[in-house]
Design a protein around this ligand. Structure first.
Ligand code: FES
Ligand SMILES: [Fe+2]
Length: 376
């Protein structure tokens, strides 16, 4: 994010402070039927959408050097992403062409992938390298792993898990320019944690799309550091960016205007369709992803931390940080979302309301309806 953009955002925050408890707003509030979170038919369309839409699978640091691979889950498909000897990135369905076993698990470094069932081996671009008893098989042309579209751009790796799908050249539609100065390509992947909770996958995204709840739900944890008010929202195509203001923002009042920097006085949060939330904290990046579970009432949640290469912090520091952020989001946000899900499931009310003060939430759900090709 360049300095001019930061100064413009600072000015907008100042205007909200001057107004009292201001925050960016949408023209009207919005109603969404609670069936969006419970209906099986809608859920099945979302599952299809997630495997046919370009999705971020991680920062470039997920594949830190040549001859590395990582398995990622996109919707309900397992995908292997690799960085080959020359540094190019590839993506293949994690399905052995012999009998369908998962070829890889987790992250690793190796020049080839070896299926754990009968030992077929694959090059990092998915080509079949060798198999025992090769003379017994007639299907060599169809024996390579199924390749799917992949794009590494601006330090982010995008995959479309659909073999016939595509990824646009500029998948961030405008956010690219803002993210470029962060040099995300240089960040190190510290770790990823995955867990399953009883809530619709969208509720896990919803909780990041407004700062309104911070003062109440996070009264003792985040509220001492982050304001519930003064939040900014800007759309970037179907994606969006939320700026949550830290309490240290008042320090800017002492600084000459041209020396002001929005960092470290704000947390910048991008929601990137269809299911990713990328949060730029002062000294690291958090990546949250939510996927549908077996039913509309279940979600698989993935949290990753990436740290800049020059970070002076120890791994113990990041481990503690990881514990803390998972604890807060799990015991506060996701526990609340599970209660919401039970209420929706019980049919206790027909609609949920997104206020004028929750413009990012409104935009997220309109974007999702656009992708699902439903009228908004
Ligand atoms: S299923 Fe992979 S080698 Fe047989
Ligand atoms: Fe929260």
């Amino acid at each position: 994010m360049d300095h001019r953009t930061q100064l413009a955002l600072i000015e907008r925050i100042q205007a909200h402070r001057t107004a009292g408890r201001g925050t960016d707003t949408a023209p009207t509030s919005m109603l969404l039927p609670t069936t969006a979170y419970t209906e099986r038919e809608r859920f099945d369309r979302e599952r299809r959408l997630l495997v046919t839409t370009p999705t971020i699978v991680g920062l470039s640091g997920l594949l830190p050097e040549p001859n590395t691979h990582a398995t990622v889950e996109i919707g309900d498909r397992s995908v292997i992403v690799t960085r080959d000897t020359g540094g190019d990135v590839h993506a293949m369905l994690n399905v052995c062409r012999h009998r369908g076993a998962e070829v890889a698990h987790g992250c690793g470094a190796a020049a080839r992938l070896r299926c754990p069932y009968h030992g077929w081996t694959y090059e990092l671009d998915g080509a079949l390298a060798a198999r025992r008893g090769d003379q017994h098989f007639d299907d060599r042309p169809a024996a390579d792993l199924a390749r799917v579209p992949v794009l590494e751009r601006g330090g982010l790796i995008w995959v479309n898990a659909d073999r016939d799908g595509s990824i646009p050249d500029q998948p961030l539609t405008g956010a690219d320019a803002e993210l470029a100065p962060f040099d995300l390509a240089s960040y190190r992947h510290f770790g990823t944690r995955t867990f399953t909770r009883d809530l619709n996958w969208k509720l896990a995204v919803d909780t990041f799309c407004e700062a309104y709840h911070v003062a109440v739900l996070h009264r003792d944890t985040l509220a001492p550091m982050i304001h519930s008010d003064f939040a900014l929202f800007d759309a970037a195509g179907l994606h969006g960016r939320l700026v949550a203001v830290r309490r240290s923002f008042t320090e800017l009042d002492e600084q000459p205007v041209d020396q002001r920097s929005l960092f470290p006085h704000a947390t910048i949060l991008w929601f990137l369709m269809p299911n990713t939330v990328l949060i730029h904290q002062q000294d690291h990046v958090q990546l949250y992803q939510s996927r549908p579970g077996a039913t509309p009432e279940q979600a698989h949640l993935t949290v990753s931390i990436y740290v800049p290469p020059d970070s002076p912090r120890s791994d113990q520091h990041w481990e503690r940080n990881f514990d803390l952020l998972v604890e807060v989001t799990d015991t506060e946000d996701f526990a609340t979302a599970a209660g919401i899900q039970r209420n929706y499931y019980a049919g206790a009310q027909t609609h949920v309301t997104f206020g004028r003060n929750e413009p990012a939430l409104q935009h997220y759900h309109r974007s999702l309806l656009t992708l699902l090709e439903e009228p908004t």
